[in-house]
Design a protein around this ligand. Structure first.
Ligand code: DHB
Length: 375
């Protein structure tokens, strides 16, 4: 956000609760939509991306003992790229630092005042002192637990929420992926995934209980479950390697409406959470930012406020489509405790339809590689 404003000659200040190293190294998502890759290149952030990102042109679904690939490049000529989120963050931090940006780390915001007036005020702490920052607009990019969303009066905010009765145990393994494709295992024993972080590092996930203790998962147990859920005849088995990280993620769908209040604009996790199936978290945050940056540029350059006024509607329309895709995939691919066998058969049939018909493959391909972002 601040990089895009800077390129348009608009000044901004970034207030970040965490420290610089935490921000730079925190392990998160890994898949970028084509439009996001194009946007990062346009913003002058494509250099390391073009060296390190791994293009993915297909996704390999495994169910009923067989591999059923959706080749989105063949279907619609679009792709996704594996490029870890912390690399995107590193590129952004480097670009901002080079431009002499005003970024305050370890600067938690306590309160935001005056959002309905002309000059909102952010109250924050920095190096033991209480500080205040007056501004024109606030971009609330402070995540699900940030203060921005709570600055909107509760009676003006409508919240939509679904919590899933499972989580993902995620590991990083020092091993090249068995195949150079993201693989989804939709198994009666639970969902599993092989993704990629680099030519020598695999990212793997296993459906587990939402409150699972990762210490209860020995490396042997992890590999045995991954083989059970992902291996099929005719394809190389999951490639084992030293496990270097292990953690559990809870799964949730969440959306707050509207995404704007007075001079505050929510973006990314501050407004919405998706379950990780479909890899839409980071991509959706960047879609919001693209809409918001353009709207602010139109305001400062042309005095045109129509885009700002439409910000919430523009983002919500796309975000509901993304919620539909992420929740739909999550529901189609995971085992729900105590699930009715009829529903289980429908899940298989949905997978069969999605991978086995042109309409199904097209729908997946369009959504996975990224829906258009409106100006
Ligand atoms: C990742 C990849 C996916 O395709 C997905 O749906 C979720 C996460 C990943 O690489 O982390």
């Amino acid at each position: 956000m601040s990089h895009m404003l800077h390129l348009a000659g608009i000044e901004s200040v970034v207030l970040e609760r965490a420290g610089r190293e935490h921000v730079r190294t925190r392990l998160r998502a890994g898949v970028l939509e084509q439009g996001v890759v194009e946007m990062l290149r346009e913003l002058g952030l494509g250099e390391r991306l073009d060296q390190l990102a791994l293009k993915q042109s297909a996704l390999d679904f495994r169910f009923d003992g067989a591999s059923r690939r959706i080749d989105f490049e063949a279907e619609i000529g679009r792709n996704v790229w594996v490029y870890p989120q912390h690399e995107v963050v590193t590129d952004l931090m480097n670009a901002r630092q080079k431009a002499g940006a005003a970024i305050f780390y370890e600067a938690p915001v306590q309160r935001i005042d005056g959002l309905e007036g002309e000059r909102p005020v952010l109250h924050f702490e920095h190096q033991g002192e209480s500080c205040r920052l007056e501004c024109d607009y606030v971009a609330g990019c402070d995540g699900f637990r940030g203060v921005s969303r709570s600055a909107i009066p509760a009676d003006k905010l409508k919240v939509f929420d679904r919590i899933y009765p499972f989580g993902w145990l995620g590991i990083l393994a020092e091993a090249p992926a068995a195949t150079n494709e993201i693989v989804w295992g939709c198994h009666d024993g639970g969902f599993a995934m092989q993704s990629i972080r680099s030519p020598s590092v695999t990212r793997l996930y296993l459906q587990c209980a939402p409150d699972e203790n990762p210490d209860h998962w020995s490396d042997d147990r992890i590999w045995s479950e991954l083989h059970k859920r992902l291996d099929v005849e005719g394809m190389p088995p999951v490639n084992e390697g030293r496990v270097t990280q292990k953690g559990v993620t809870a799964m949730r769908s969440f959306l707050a409406e509207p995404m704007q209040w007075g001079r505050l604009f929510l973006a990314g996790d501050a407004a919405h959470i998706v379950p990780p199936t479909g890899a839409k978290g980071l991509n959706s945050a960047l879609a919001d930012i693209k809409v918001l940056a353009r709207a602010l540029v139109a305001h400062y350059r042309e005095g045109a406020d129509a885009h700002l006024a439409r910000y919430s509607d523009t983002c919500l329309r796309r975000m509901w489509l993304v919620q539909r895709f992420s929740a739909g995939l999550c529901t189609m691919t995971h085992q729900f405790p105590g699930q009715n066998p009829f529903v289980q058969r429908l899940q298989r049939t949905d997978l069969d339809y999605m991978t086995g018909t042109r309409a199904g493959r097209l729908q997946f391909s369009e959504n996975f590689t990224g829906l258009p972002v409106e100006a």
